[in-house]
Design a protein around this ligand. Sequence first.
Ligand code: SF4
Length: 511
Amino acid sequence: MRAAILYPPFRKDGEFPLLTQNRHLKFSKSREVRIFPLVPGHLATNLKHLGHEVLWLDGINRRMSDGEFNQTLDGFKPEVIFLETKAPVVKRHWQYVAELKGRYPGAKIALMGDHVTYFPEESLLNSQVDYVMTGGDYDIVGRNLVEHLAGKEPLGPGLWYRDASGKTATTGPHKLTEALDSLPFIDRELTRFQDYGEAYLLRPTAYILTGRGCGASEDSPGGVGVCTFCIWQHALWGKTARLRSPANVVAEMEICINKYKVWEFFDDNESGPIYNIEWLREFHKELKARKLLGRFQFSSNCRADTLNEEVVDLLVKCGWRLLKIGLESGSDYSIKHLAKCETVDLISRGVKMAKDRGLVVLLTTMMGYPWETEEDVRKTYEVTKELLLYKVRAGDCMQASVVIAYPGSPLWRESVNKGWLLVGKEDYEKYDMSHPILKTPINASEWATKTWSLMKTPKFVFQQLVTVRSLREVDLLWRGLRSLLGHVQDYGDPLPESETNHAAPQTAVSR
Ligand code: SF4
């Protein structure tokens, strides 16, 4: 079969949607956020390995014109089309499916992603889409779908479709595989890895998944991640956590290092593999055995409560450079309300321990929780400031955003029940971070912008400059500056009082 994985280059006022591998979607002019969509990357590779022809066409991150995008697709003549979607663009995708049906009448079209996992039937009722794939392992569901269309397999679980009478039907709840090691390594050429990267990562960059889902160490106060805003952990991973074996991950990295000269890996697993110290020990052993230590750097997401001295030392030995850590709020009440199962002290302790041992930290935080007061958000600002300015090194950074509760998530359900939504439940296009969607007594956008501006304080800038150790880091700082300017271009800085209803930047996940 000829299968196309598409990201059509939709635009809104000249801005592109940050859709690929973004837990939170906003439209942006910035070219500095081009995150590699990992599960679709596995899907593309899987299909190629089975002998299907695959077109990887990411019109968003390649900033393609509609003409260029359509011409490439026409040349391919797709028989199956996959579209990843999210709430703010799902209605655009419904319209786009109609366009595709007009141009390729015989092609089967499938939607995938967090929104359609929560509301699979909705897309069948509102568009001409043929299949909706649910759950996070949609690489496996998609592989099954193509094999089915090729006449080789019955349909497996996790799919919604229309039966012969036109009624919606399903093959039942999706299943998450335990056999992550059996998935092929991502084909980096097919999926054009060089098109992707972010301002805070060293180049050449490759994105990787050490596993799927947010786990916690045995002595962490919480179990697996259950934060009420965390759309992927709830929708895609069903509050579970799985890891590939260290040997499997290292084998994939070795190819990237030797064949593509990758320098930095970013593990976009929800909380990395850091919660599992046995995994880290084995990872180090594998890297040593394959003589890879010192030939790359590694960065990942992380829960601060999983850090202790032994873990951080191990991370440094393995080649870790950056940890992306969620603070979310400076108020213990808020952290508890979000079911983050951490405390401000625990997070601060973890961040400082990482920085004490030479790691850099990307701190993420959010503003505008309906229950937070001016005093709470001020605390968030102060804690962020303290942690950001603690032992600054080249590469330290932060992201601040206005909270979004995606349809289906526990925070959204709470917001519906408590009357917190400022928009209609199904005004999905309004969940695009251009305006706050939750009632709040504070000016969340202004606070987020003010917090973002901490990266312009003279002490922070000076320490960044004097701690630069390599040309790669010079490039990193230069791109960081451009990213900050991109933010200014998107929102203006500082926001004038009259416009402070606009949401502040969110370039990636807030965890
Ligand atoms: S926000 Fe972070 S800590 Fe919370 S569930 Fe998601 S990945 Fe885990």
